[in-house]
Design a binder for this molecule. Structure first.
Ligand SMILES: Cc1cc2nc3c(=O)[nH]c(=O)nc-3n(C[C@H](O)[C@H](O)[C@H](O)COP(=O)(O)OP(=O)(O)OC[C@H]3O[C@@H](n4cnc5c(N)ncnc54)[C@H](O)[C@@H]3O)c2cc1C
Length: 357
C-alpha cells in the first residue's frame, strides 16, 4: 500500500495517522513546528508555546469506541464553570448526564498533543518536523490536510473563512485544580475565557472578523483581576488565524484531490467554536476517506448535519440587538440547572458528532 501523507501534527492529523497505521498503512506526518505542541507560528505569538486548557463537552466512552483512542488519561473532568454574563456572575454546575473536560494543549507530557504523538509513534507513524508544507500542488492525491487555524491551506484550497483576532495571555499556577471562567460582555460578540489545568493557565479574548481595541483587553484584564484575582505578566495581541465559519456550507471533506480534517474541514461548532470534539471525530473520518471516499463523505455529512443550524444561531447571537441578547443569555444561564437536566446532551448537539457517534 502506498504511503499516506498527513499535513499537521495536531489533534485531527494524529487521530487520522493512528487510525491509518492501525490499518497497516505507512504514514508520514509533516509538521511545521519543531515538536508536537511546540512553538507556534500564530501571528503575535511567534516563538511562543501555547500551553492552555481547551474546555469541551466529551463522552469519553463514545470517543474511544469511534476513534479507537482512549483519551481519558489526559481529559481532566470539569464539574462547574463560572460565568460573567454581562457582569452578572453565575456558577454553573454541569448536569451529571453531560460531562465536560479540559484537555491540556502544548508540549508537556500531560497534554493531549503529546499523548496522541506517543500513541502514533507506538503505532509506527513517522513524523517529519520543521517541515512546513507550502507546495500543496506537489502533495500526493488523498493527502490528509489537517493544518488547523493556519491560513496557508485555507488560502491555497479556497476554503471560505473569517479571520479571528484577539488577545492571549499564558502562564503557570501552583493551583492544580481545573477551572474555567467565561466572560460574555459588550466588548465582543464572541466571548472571553480563562482556563487552568495541570498548573498551566491561560486567558483568551477573541473576536471573529475584526480586531479588538486595546481598551477591550484592558477591561478584560481588569475584570479578571478584580473578580478573581487573576493576573498575567504579558498579553499578546494575536491574529489566531482562519475560522471556517464564513458560510453555512463551510464543512467540506474534500478539496482538489485532498482530504481535509479538523478545523480546516469545518468540523467545528460555529457558535461557541469548540474545536476539540470535531477534530477528534474528523480525524477518524479522514482516515476512513483514504480507503473509501463515498462512505467517509456520508459519515462526514451525518456528523456535520447541525452546522447550518449552528451557523444561524451564531449569526443571531452576533446580530440581534444587545438588550435582547443580554436578557436571553442571562435567562438561559439562570434556567440551565433546570433546562440542562431535561435537555441533557442535546444542548451540545452543535458540536460535530456530539450525541451522534
Ligand atoms: C487559544 C485557543 C484556545 C482554544 N480553546 C478551545 C477550547 O476551549 N475548546 C475547544 O474545543 N477548542 C478550542 N480551541 C480550538 C482547538 O484548539 C482547535 O479546534 C483544534 O486544535 C483543531 O484541531 P486541528 O487538528 O484542526 O488543528 P491543530 O490541533 O491546531 O493542529 C494543526 C497542526 O498543523 C500544523 N500546521 C499548520 N500549517 C502547516 C503547514 N503548512 N505544514 C505543516 N504543518 C502545518 C500546526 O503547526 C499544528 O500542529 C482553541 C484554539 C485556540 C487557538
Amino acid at each position: 500500500m502506498k504511503e499516506v501523507t498527513v499535513v499537521g501534527a495536531g489533534i485531527s492529523g494524529m487521530v487520522a495517522a493512528i487510525n491509518l497505521a492501525r490499518e497497516g498503512r505507512r504514514v508520514i506526518v509533516r509538521e511545521r513546528r519543531k515538536s508536537v505542541g511546540g512553538e507556534t507560528g500564530i501571528k503575535g505569538l511567534e516563538g511562543k508555546v501555547i500551553k492552555i486548557g481547551d474546555g469541551t463537552p466529551l463522552n469519553l466512552e463514545r470517543i474511544k469506541s469511534y476513534t479507537g483512542i482512549d483519551i481519558s488519561s489526559v481529559a481532566v473532568p470539569l464539574v462547574s464553570a463560572t460565568t460573567y454574563a454581562y457582569r452578572e456572575k453565575s456558577e454553573i454546575e454541569f448536569v451529571p448526564n453531560v460531562k465536560a473536560y479540559l484537555v491540556e494543549r502544548g508540549p508537556r507530557k500531560t497534554s493531549l498533543d503529546v499523548f496522541l504523538y506517543e500513541k502514533a509513534v507506538s503505532e509506527g507513524v513517522r513524523f517529519s518536523f520543521e517541515d512546513t508544507v507550502r507546495d500543496f500542488e506537489n502533495l500526493p492525491a488523498d493527502t490528509i490536510i489537517a493544518t488547523g487555524l493556519f491560513n496557508d491551506a485555507f488560502k491555497e484550497l479556497g476554503v471560505p473563512n473569517m479571520q479571528v483576532f484577539g488577545y492571549l495571555a499564558m502562564g503557570e499556577t501552583e493551583d492544580k485544580n481545573p477551572k474555567v471562567i467565561i466572560y460574555l460582555d459588550e466588548y465582543t460578540r464572541d466571548y472571553a475565557f480563562y482556563s487552568q489545568v495541570n498548573g498551566a493557565r491561560g486567558a483568551c479574548l477573541f473576536s471573529r472578523g475584526k480586531p479588538l481595541d486595546t481598551s477591550v483587553k484592558e477591561r478584560f484584564q481588569r475584570q479578571l483581576s478584580e473578580n478573581d484575582g487573576i493576573e498575567f505578566d504579558e498579553w499578546n495581541a494575536v491574529n489566531i488565524g482562519a475560522l471556517p465559519v464564513q458560510s453555512a456550507r463551510n464543512p467540506r471533506l474534500f478539496a482538489r484531490n485532498f482530504i481535509l480534517a479538523g478545523t480546516l474541514s469545518g468540523t467545528i461548532d460555529p457558535m461557541m467554536l469548540f474545536g476539540v470534539h470535531g477534530a477528534l471525530v474528523s480525524g477518524k473520518i479522514a482516515a476512513m476517506a483514504v480507503g473509501d471516499h463515498y462512505k467517509a463523505l456520508e459519515e462526514f455529512r451525518r456528523v456535520n448535519a447541525n452546522f447550518p443550524a449552528g451557523f444561524i444561531f451564531s449569526w443571531m447571537f452576533r446580530n440581534i440587538p444587545l438588550p435582547i441578547l443580554k436578557y436571553s443569555v442571562r435567562g438561559g444561564i439562570k434556567a440551565y440547572p433546570f433546562l440542562g437536566r431535561i435537555i441533557g446532551k442535546r444542548l451540545f448537539y452543535l458540536l460535530p458528532g456530539f450525541g451522534r457517534i
